[in-house]
Structure formats: C-alpha cells, structure tokens
Design a protein. Structure first.
Length: 209
C-alpha cells in the first residue's frame, strides 16, 4: 500500500511547473525597436497573486507594480532616450519570492536628423542621417517659407529603428531670402503639429547663392 502512494506523490510533484518557469514579461505592442517618447505596456504573469513585483531596467529600480488575483500585471511606461540607440533589459522580480523573475529585452532609439555640411551654398546637397522615425516607412522634408510649401521625398526608412542615409538638395539656387523651416517627418502632407518630427531653420541671405 505505501508504494503506490509514494509513486502518486512523485508523479504529482513532477507535474507541477516551477514558479520561475511560469513567470513571463512581454511588451505590447511588440516591436523590434521603439522610438523615444513611446508609451509601452509591460505585461507580466506567473507572479504571486495579489502581491507585487519590483520592476527594474538594467538593474536600476523603477517602481513596484501590484499584481492582480491571478498574479498578472500591466505596467505602462514611457521610453525616453536623448540620443542614439540603446539596448535595455527590463526585469520583474516577485517581492514575496525573489526567485520568481522574468525579463524582456527592449531596443529604444532617439528620433533625430543630422544634416551635413552645416555651411555652404544654399543649394548644396546635404548628407542626411535619420533614425527613430517609426511612424512610417518614408522620410519627407517639408520646406516652408512665408506661406509657401514644398515637399521633398528623402527616401525609404530601413531597419528595425527606421534609419536612413541619403544625399538631397533641400533648397534651390533661387531660394528666397529669409528663414526657411525644414520639417522632417513620415507624412506626405505638411502639418506643423506632427507628434514625431525634427525641424531645422535655414536662413538665406545675400551671398548664399
């Protein structure tokens, strides 16, 4: 009689998954690269029900997150980065049982456009480097001067973080004197209030041509 009982206990123990294996941490929406300023949901499950987890980024504590009756949570965080691209690891650790952890790798890119050369003829061809424009697949430049608008297609954005390298002429040799606003974004039509954009001002004076 004792032997069947021992076998039954062993089988039951083997069938139970470990708490560490059950814990998970994912992002929503799931993307290979997030631009700076995006709000992302970090979804966790498999933690202590009605407890809490400590959320960290690359080992730095962010905040405690409460879990619901099923041991799950939904934490919405803003991803910010001033420049460049950064690989991050977000980790949730169960407060009641620190052995229960789960991590999610995240790539964040700043939104930026670099123009070279800084000086020269008004009609010079610029070397353009852009990154982080995850709002679309094509980069546009909108040149605005005293109510007139011109739209220049810069090129296709490539890679997980929607990067681009190109050479384009933005102003013509006959560009009018004064300030020209050049706004880069991923829309064919110009709107000054686009949420994701980079803008430059180029001043044309006598002698630039």
């Amino acid at each position: 009689m004792p032997r069947p009982l021992a076998v039954a206990v062993t089988l039951a123990t083997l069938a139970l998954p470990s708490a560490a294996q059950a814990a998970s941490l994912t992002t929503k929406p799931a993307k290979p690269c997030y631009r700076s300023g995006e709000k992302v949901h970090f979804l966790g499950s498999g933690f202590t029900p009605s407890g809490s987890v400590n959320l960290t980024r690359d080992g730095t504590f962010i905040e405690p997150i409460p879990t619901d009756a099923t041991g799950a949570f939904d934490a919405r965080l803003g991803l910010n980065l001033d420049q460049g691209v950064q690989q991050r690891t977000y980790t949730a650790t169960d407060v009641s049982n620190p052995a229960v952890t789960a991590s999610a790798p995240v790539t964040v890119s700043a939104v930026g456009v670099a123009l070279y050369p800084r000086t020269g003829s008004v009609s010079r061809r610029f070397r353009i480097r852009a990154r982080g424009f995850t709002t679309g697949s094509t980069l546009w430049a909108h040149i605005v001067h005293e109510g007139s608008k011109r739209h220049v297609k810069i090129g296709a954005l490539r890679g997980a973080c929607h990067n681009l390298r190109a050479r384009r002429r933005l102003l013509s040799p006959r560009a009018r004197f004064g300030r020209h606003r050049i706004q880069f974004d991923t829309f064919r039509r110009y709107r000054r209030d686009r949420a994701v954009k980079v803008a430059y001002t180029i001043r044309v004076v006598r002698g630039d041509q």
